[in-house]
Design a protein around this ligand. Structure first.
Ligand code: BEZ
Length: 214
């Protein structure tokens, strides 16, 4: 089983999807990406998840994140299921869903956990940076639907901390104060954060959220 870790290169692949044949890297271009798996078509939790992602498309676009889903069923099944998702979730599925019948992509990304299920994927998420490296992974069991507000929150943190020497504290949300990276000295912090910072402890310095740089 593939054992992809943070910082590893996200494997490239060609795949049949609900929007035609796609090369993953071509699809991502220079954008961020999110790739997430669904155990199977015509399942209730997946139906709500895909509807939620479709309804959040503008939020992903705002963050320059390209969305791609995966399920181990075929194209015709995906097309029928998308009609159901659109109807029941009051949306239009507006991103590709990989038809991974031969489990090629699932195995490449270690999305099948045999002790959970031999053939269906678990609920995996990979967030991929513009350099094609893996920035975040998450694994939920089939019975637990993911929280896409949390995924947007994590993407906000990943993008902020990629370009600024800060980290985000517990339960942080966009716009709230952040932590200055421990590698930054007080002298550097004085220059880097002109609005100032509060030294709660020498290792815990809080400052207002810097502007998002790209
Ligand atoms: C679901 O998406 O509803 C689901 C899929 C596999 C197992 C349990 C639930």
């Amino acid at each position: 089983m593939s054992d992809l870790k943070l910082g590893d290169k996200a494997p490239n692949f060609d795949a049949e999807t609900s929007e035609g044949k796609i090369n993953f890297y071509d699809y991502l271009g220079d954008s961020w990406g999110i790739l997430f798996s669904h155990p199977a078509d015509y399942t209730p939790v997946c139906t709500t998840e895909l509807g939620t992602v479709a309804n959040y498309k503008a939020e992903f676009e705002k963050r320059d994140v390209k969305v791609m889903a995966l399920s181990v069923d075929g194209i015709e099944s995906h097309k029928g299921w998308i009609k159901d998702i659109n109807e029941t979730q009051n949306t239009t599925v507006n991103f590709p869903i990989i038809a991974d019948e031969d489990r090629k992509v699932s195995n490449l990304y270690g999305m099948i956990h045999p002790k959970a299920d031999d053939t269906q994927t678990v609920r995996s998420v990979f967030v991929i940076g513009p350099d094609k490296s893996i920035k975040m992974t998450l694994t939920y069991p089939a019975s637990t639907g993911r929280n896409f507000d949390e995924l947007l929150r994590v993407i906000d943190s990943l993008q902020l901390t990629a370009y600024n020497k800060v980290a985000t504290p517990a339960n942080w949300k966009h716009g709230e104060d952040v932590v200055i990276s421990p590698s930054v000295s007080n002298e550097e912090a004085d220059k880097m954060f002109p609005k100032g910072y509060k030294e709660v402890k020498p290792y815990l310095r809080m400052t207002s959220q810097p502007e998002l740089k790209k």
